[in-house]
Design a protein around this ligand. Structure first.
Ligand code: 3HC
Length: 709
């Protein structure tokens, strides 16, 4: 076997087959150097008469997982372009077989579509996830895939963006063979067989030359598909453009279709929503890196987990670990509560099995790892114990003290509190170095966000271990410092305060929710509280009041407290800010009346000229302002961390990238000016409208959050 090496691609020979191997760790993304290397290898293959077939593969853990996303921030994509490489492959005149394994995604899958055939290991996942980055397949995917598998399946696959298994890909018809092992040998045999057929006079199958099903591609067909996608204003642009590109594939020649796709791709790449989604992609990964933490630090082993509290939250937390094959002991002090908790987890798994998401064996296996107990001493062999007891300082203090006594030396102790002081609980446990916060979001087995709260004395090894276990259980973890509400709930305060003041001033819950949902938030503030529980939200305010932590403003959050007093606890009592028929929220005059009375009581002037713009700015600009304070206090390490919290945990639209990225798109100077404007309009006695020093500095210097080091 001879070997010729060019930058990030290598050409070697196995008899008459040239093996091109891309080696760009960790995921073999197609960067400019990879493309250049491929071009060089293809030139050598073309020149070498002894090479009659080619296998295309990658080194390391995966075949190419896509284009190099970081290149999309450059004003121009550096050459050679993906399509230039693909054109050379298709014009080579020698069969190329792609040997696929790992995660074959985006530009990686598109690269393989320009080969004559594709063979994949059974464990391979294949997908065109560009839509999730606000993009479309931009290296021929929208033109080649419909030629291979038909219009409707191709559009469905590209607009959903979800990967499929090798077996499904085979069934769909865009790979040719699935193997359990011997991938390279099998791909080589396939390439040589194709070369023999070619030598016998059979023309090579070139994907771009395959006919496309024009008959199915009627205007009505495409119109229906476009209408199925999310509206343009709600992040649906990429999916709609994918449909348009497939339409172009039906209307135009392949070459013109490629030009159409390229123009659409550049347009998408430069769009604010794609920028935002790419920002989140990198922010999510960056968030796992802790400044000052030595890379490769030895982690504490987590072989068994304990959970205290068998309520909905405790059960949900347990499921995360059971799903990852880690045994869990769950404790509740009360036999009835324990049985109920165990029963809920069992039911959740059985429901997943009924929907075909789990096999009966998997359910048995997961439940086999799950044990309930009444005595805290049962947690003595756990490596990580998470308390999910009732959110009351006295109860949590008592639990943490007991955990400090029963946990083995070296065990990590975590509190799932959403508001309480982690440093205080850490001290009470007597083991502050082993202690931190793990703030899960409800439902804890579904929501991806995990706020990891680093206490003043948390050992770096404990933090690193928890970040690693978070990745293992599929969570998107973000580190927060200790403060009331951590990153997410602290930013919620100004948002909810303004939403309530707007109610007193004469906006209805539906108007406020409508304006907030129109910018893409999953739920407006009132619908959100009704779902989470008006009593739960009121309790936070009442506790803060008791602790003397509320602003000296008599009208502060009076609506939530009043609705709570009236027993309007939200969806669970069929009445909160709305009344409910099932889950349908209906405007309720009774709430309007409550707000009128409260406005009168607190001397708030009502008016009928509250615009949606005012609602959005008054609710969301204070939230951004608080985000800036969180950054300047070092509670969050980076703006991207704040964005991940809000996109993953609070329904902030991913296509706006999170509040800090959105603030950058609007401009810190614009936000600062708006805050000051509202301060002049309403008075600023409580400091609500004072821009944080960081926001003010960025505004004066015409800089952005993304410019922060
Ligand atoms: N470009 C640049 N960097 C990438 C990348 C890409 N396409 N995919 C992954 N990376 C980087 C990550 O940022 C991370 O870097 P870091 O270690 O410095 O943080 C590293 O590779 C490892 O990634 P993960 O931590 O995500 O590793 P996992 O093993 O958990 O997941 C993966 C691997 C499933 C491949 C996941 O990284 C992923 O989904 N990647 C994106 C896939 C994608 O969206 N492809 C389409 C790109 S757009 C495109 O191809 C356009 C084309 O049509 C022209």
């Amino acid at each position: 076997m001879s070997s010729l090496v060019t930058s990030l691609a290598t050409l070697s020979k196995n008899g008459s087959t040239g093996i091109i191997e891309i080696n760009n760790p960790p995921v073999n993304a197609s960067s400019q150097k990879v493309r250049q290397g491929m071009m060089e290898c293809l030139r050598l293959v073309a020149e070498d008469k002894a090479i009659t077939s080619v296998v295309l593969t990658c080194a390391g853990r995966t075949f190419m997982a896509g284009a190099d996303i970081s290149e999309f921030d450059l004003p121009e994509l550096p050459r050679p372009d993906y399509n230039e490489v693909h054109a050379v492959m298709e014009a080579l005149g020698k069969p190329i077989v792609a040997a696929l394994f790992g995660t074959v995604l985006g530009g990686g899958l598109e690269l393989s579509l320009s080969c004559q055939a594709r063979v994949a290991l059974a464990s391979t996942k294949l997908g065109l996830p560009e839509v999730k980055l606000g993009l479309l397949p931009g290296s021929g995917g929208t033109q080649r895939l419909p030629r291979l598998i038909g219009l409707a399946p191709a559009i469905d696959f590209m607009t959903a963006g979800n990967p499929v298994s090798a077996a499904q890909a085979l069934k769909m018809g865009f790979i040719d063979k699935v193997v359990d092992d011997g991938l390279l040998e099998q791909a080589t045999a396939m390439a040589q067989a194709l070369a023999e057929k070619q030598a016998a006079g059979e023309p090579l199958r070139v994907t771009s030359k395959l006919p496309i099903d024009k008959a199915s591609g009627t205007p009505a067909f495409f119109e229906e598909y476009r209408n199925k996608q999310a509206p343009l204003a709600k992040g649906g642009s990429a999916a709609r453009q994918i449909v348009r590109c497939v339409e172009a594939a039906c209307e135009q020649s392949f070459e013109d279709g490629i030009i159409f796709e390229r123009t659409a791709f550049i347009d998408r790449k430069n769009s604010a929503d794609s920028r935002a989604l790419r920002h989140l992609f990198f922010a999510e990964r960056e968030a796992t890196r802790i400044p000052g933490l030595a890379a490769g630090m030895e982690l504490r082993p987590i072989r068994k987990v304990g959970v205290v509290g068998a309520g909905t939250m405790g059960g949900g937390i347990a499921m995360n670990f059971l799903n990852a094959g880690i045994p869990v002991t769950i404790i509740d002090l009360n036999q009835e509560a324990l049985q109920r908790g165990l029963g809920i987890v069992r039911k959740n798994y059985e429901a997943s099995a009924a929907k075909g998401r789990l096999t009966a064996d998997q359910v048995t296996q997961r439940l086999g790892l799950f044990h309930g107990a009444l005595d805290m001493a049962e947690l003595g062999d756990c490596d990580l114990v998470i308390e999910a007891a009732f959110e009351s300082l006295e109860i949590k203090k008592s639990v943490c003290k007991q955990l400090g006594a029963v946990c083995k030396p070296g065990a990590i102790i975590a509190s799932n509190t959403s508001t309480l002081d982690i440093d205080l609980l850490a001290e009470v446990s007597g083991r502050p170095a082993d202690f931190l916060g793990m703030h899960f979001f409800s439902p804890a087995n579904v929501m991806r966000l995990l706020e990891v709260v680093r206490g003043a004395k948390t050992d770096p090894q404990v933090l690193a271990t928890v970040m690693a276990i978070a990745k293992k259980i599929g969570k998107s973890a973000v580190v927060s410092g200790v403060c009331f509400g951590f990153i997410g709930n602290r930013m919620l305060e100004g948002y909810l305060r303004e939403a309530e003041l707007l109610l007193l001033e004469g906006a209805s819950p539906a108007q406020i929710d409508g304006a907030i949902e129109a910018i893409g938030m999953a739920m407006g503030p009132h619908r959100m509280i009704d779902m989470a529980g008006v009593d739960v939200a009121a309790k936070v305010v009442i506790e803060q009041d008791k602790a003397g932590a509320l602003p000296n403003d008599p009208s502060y959050r009076v609506v939530v407290r009043k609705l709570n007093e009236l027993g309007r606890h939200g969806q669970k009592t069929s009445a909160g800010y709305y009344r409910y028929q099932g889950r349908t929220a209906i405007e309720d005059d009774a709430v309007w009346k409550v707000c009128e009375e409260l406005a009168q009581k607190y001397g708030v002037k009502r008016r009928d000229n509250i615009s949606d713009k005012e609602i959005v700015e008054r609710c969301l600009y204070p939230l951004i302002n608080e985000g800036a304070r969180i950054l300047e206090e070092g509670i969050a390490y980076r703006p991207g961390d704040v964005d991940v919290v809000w996109a993953q945990g609070y329904g902030f639209p991913a296509y706006k990238g999170g509040p800090m990225q959105w603030a950058d798109e609007i401009g810190p100077a614009v936000i600062c000016a708006a805050l000051e404007g509202y301060g002049r309009q309403f008075g600023n006695a409580h400091g609500y409208w004072t821009p944080s020093p960081l926001l003010a500095k960025l505004a004066t210097q015409h800089r952005h959050f993304s410019d922060l080091p």
